[in-house]
Design a protein around this ligand. Structure first.
Ligand SMILES: Cc1cc2nc3c(=O)[nH]c(=O)nc-3n(C[C@H](O)[C@H](O)[C@H](O)COP(=O)(O)OP(=O)(O)OC[C@H]3O[C@@H](n4cnc5c(N)ncnc54)[C@H](O)[C@@H]3O)c2cc1C
Length: 273
């Protein structure tokens, strides 16, 4: 407990308040009303890779033309805000096993047995940059690591309720309440599935985050820009082929019934990407 610290949970910041170009506080919704919170020194924006730029743009910091589309008064014209979204591009090649997946006995994620390597592309082009690729195996119940957000996207599609809204909170609490059942259900559904995920750890593709509206509860428009760079496409393709080579090698090969996705009939580079 610190007398100079107050933590408020379930709060939704609507925007940062500026005096000229100096941040002097935030407007945040909690306990059923919108509060104005002032600061003496600084506002630290730590709303994550997606919502930090969203919050800045909602507050008037971002590309002026874009902010004007939503009648948001421009505090600082900066085209870089939301323009450098970089995420790992990854592919999953799940296979159906003939027997239950024993690797699923691991507690936690497949990261326990992950492997890093340098792609042929990197060996040729950026040899000093180290391992740029990762293969992440997971199997059976290990898949059950999915969080509520992933489940919400499965259920609600592109527009899941915000976790900060009442609907989002109810859903999150329901998942928490029934987590035992959900886990058991998922376990039985994925018992004989195994997957090697291929992750591009030094991606060069760049995407963007833009506002959909001036409403802080609207999800922003996210263009992940994944695979928009040739280098990422070359590396991912190489990784997919490497994983298929592992699947077809002993002793794994004899345990695999079939490739689930994309399926062994997909063989062209275009089809695989
Ligand atoms: C699937 C996945 C796997 C990952 N695996 C790893 C890993 O293995 N190792 C690793 O080091 N990193 C990993 N990361 C990355 C890591 O999770 C992030 O780098 C880290 O969480 C970033 O922390 P942060 O505090 O900046 O943002 P976040 O953790 O995103 O926190 C932002 C917080 O701000 C809140 N928020 C957003 N908008 C508002 C608003 N308007 N008002 C109030 N609150 C708001 C959000 O609810 C959230 O709680 C992974 C990320 C993902 C998505």
């Amino acid at each position: 407990m610190r007398s100079n610290l107050t933590v408020v949970s379930e709060a939704m910041v609507h925007n940062i308040i500026f005096d000229g170009n100096k941040a002097i506080g935030v407007k945040a919704y909690f306990n059923d009303k919108l509060h104005t919170l002032r600061c003496n020194k600084e506002v630290i924006v730590c709303a994550g890779a997606i919502q930090s730029p969203q919050l800045l743009m909602l507050s008037g910091v971002g590309p002026a033309d874009h902010l004007k589309e939503f009648n948001i008064p421009v505090v600082h014209d900066n085209p870089n805000v939301g323009a450098h979204l970089i995420d790992h591009c990854a592919a999953a090649i799940p296979v159906i096993l003939k027997t239950e997946a024993r690797i699923g006995d691991y507690k936690g994620s497949g990261l326990a047995v992950t492997s890093f390597y340098q792609s042929e592309w990197a060996k040729k082009n950026t040899p000093k940059a180290g391992a740029d690729m990762q293969i992440v195996p997971s199997a059976g119940p290990v898949f059950v690591g999915w969080g509520p957000s992933a489940l919400m996207i499965q259920i609600f599609g592109d527009n899941p309720p915000h976790l900060h809204t009442t609907k989002g909170r109810i859903f999150r609490n329901l998942i928490y309440l029934f987590r035992g059942w959900i886990r058991t259900l998922l376990k039985s559904a994925f018992l004989s599935v195994m997957n090697f995920g291929i992750v591009c750890n030094q991606p060069q593709s760049v995407g963007s985050v833009r506002l959909k509206s001036s409403n802080p509860y609207d999800h922003p428009l996210i263009d992940p820009g994944l695979l928009s760079n040739d280098a990422d496409r070359a590396r991912l393709l190489e990784g997919i082929k490497k994983v298929r080579q592992i699947y077809s090698s002993a002793p794994l090969a004899e345990r695999i019934e079939k490739e689930d996705k994309p399926g062994s009939n997909v063989v062209t580079d275009q089809g695989l990407l």
